[in-house]
Ligand binder design. Structure first.
Ligand SMILES: Nc1nc2c(ncn2[C@@H]2O[C@H](COP(=O)(O)OP(=O)(O)O)[C@@H](O)[C@H]2O)c(=O)[nH]1
Ligand SMILES: [Mg+2]
Length: 400
């Protein structure tokens, strides 16, 4: 480069030539352009390097856009939910407990992943009675998953969306070690298993105090109500809420109050699937597993992927366990092939739920519904929005 650009500018230019990254190049070139004396003799050099700088900036922008689009790419851990989501989980161990084998047995998916370590979820669709169950085979849960070990955060955030968790327990190993790890990591991640949400609500209010109401007879049977009310006030206050209406509907513990204040807490239904039931002595282990956990887990099933053993009505079993029922809609006397799944827990589902679920217009312009119930005295009935539904009802909605 010509000598009339000055030593400082020359030094900056040399650094630009040596720079390896775009950011560094841009920085050095900007430096050079600010140092170089602007006169006729340097005109061209300045223009040339301004142009270089502009190009580098464009490159920098497109690089930034690329990085951004990568970070926006859907993570393999964020699973698009389809049908009822059933997630298989287990502790980390080699060889594995048999999750992928179960996934394959139910859905035919991921055969090539059996016996291999999988770092991301494998997914398959299991269909029973025209109901689709999305079976998710999660990577194993390691000790410390709740603080992020082994993609723990990603795994656990998915569990929060599940309709059902299946604790897969290898019956040829110590079942307690496996159960303890899963229960402990989930509990630390604020996932409560097979317990209903506590009978208490805490609602922020405008008033300048924490008011506590006991709204049912059962709630009035809590020990020492005066002291409990004081504790509720203290805990709610410590949780950062100064003005609230607290409603108590049943017997509660102090942990219930803490959980109610913590919006991260979720309540999930879970079952246990004992695996490798074909191996020796596993029958004995299965009975012990049942004895130890039947209080907490109302459904414990023994399986063997190798012998293709899993209840052949597995779909029905889990639908019942989830306390859901299926009903069918009918349009111009044609019954839909696919059922509609409704929550059969309190309150009992009605025509209103079906109307809302299908389309809001059915609810807004509702006139009447025809319900066909095969084992009822009156096969066909004309009913209103409040009519309570039963499993396998066939429903035709009529709008005004
Ligand atoms: N004997 C027996 N072995 C099984 C069974 N299911 C899985 N395995 C074996 O256990 C190992 C781990 O199985 P895999 O399904 O990959 O477990 P994952 O790591 O939990 O997904 C493999 O070698 C399987 O062949 C079973 O029902 N019986
Ligand atoms: Mg696997």
């Amino acid at each position: 480069m010509s000598s009339n650009i000055g030593a400082e500018a020359q030094a900056a230019y040399n650094k630009y030539l040596d720079a390896s990254s775009i950011d560094e190049k841009i920085k050095r070139l900007e430096e050079f352009l600010s140092l170089v004396p602007k006169h006729k003799a340097t005109e061209k050099i300045v223009a040339l390097n301004k142009s270089r700088l502009a190009k580098l900036r464009r490159e920098q922008d497109s690089e930034k856009a690329r990085v951004k689009s990568i970070s926006k790419m859907v993570s393999p851990f964020s699973i698009k939910k389809e049908g009822l989501q059933v997630i298989l989980i287990s502790d980390y161990h080699t060889p594995g407990v048999g999750k992928t084998s179960l996934l394959n047995l139910l859905t035919g998916a991921a055969k090539e992943k059996i016996g291999k370590f999988t770092a991301i979820p494998e997914i398959g669709i299991y269909e029973y009675d025209k109901i689709r169950y999305q079976i998710v085979d999660m990577p194993s849960i390691m000790e410390g998953a709740s603080i992020g070990i082994g993609n723990g955060k990603e795994i656990i955030s998915q569990l929060r969306a599940a309709d059902l968790l299946c604790f897969c327990v290898d019956l040829s190993r110590d079942y307690k070690v496996q159960m303890d790890l899963l229960l402990s990591e989930l509990n630390k991640s604020y996932i409560r298993i097979n317990v209903p949400p506590p009978p208490i609500t805490i609602e922020k209010s405008g008033s300048n105090k924490i008011q506590v109401f006991y709204l049912t007879n059962e709630s009035k049977e809590n020990d020492n109500i005066e002291e409990l009310t004081e504790r509720i006030r203290e805990i709610t206050h410590a949780g950062g809420i100064r003005n609230a209406i607290v409603r108590v509907f049943g017997k509660i513990t102090l942990d219930h109050i803490v959980d109610t204040l913590n919006s991260s807490v979720v309540y999930k239904k879970a079952i246990i699937l004992g695996t490798k039931g074909d191996l020796s002595l596993t029958e004995n282990t299965f009975h012990k597993l049942e004895e130890s956990y039947s209080d907490k887990f109302p459904l414990i099933i023994g399986t063997s992927a190798n012998k293709k053993e899993i209840p052949n009505n597995f779909g029905e079993v889990i639908l019942n366990h989830l306390k859901k029922i299926k009903v069918y809609t009918m349009n111009k006397s044609v019954v839909a092939e696919k059922p509609l799944i409704l929550d059969a827990t309190d309150p009992i589902p009605t025509i209103r739920d079906v109307a809302i679920k299908i389309h809001h217009k059915f609810f807004e312009s509702f006139d009447y519904a025809i319900v066909i119930r095969k084992d009822a005295r009156q096969l066909k009935k004309k009913v209103g929005l409040d009519y309570e539904l039963k499993e396998n009802d066939i429903i035709e909605l009529h709008i005004k």
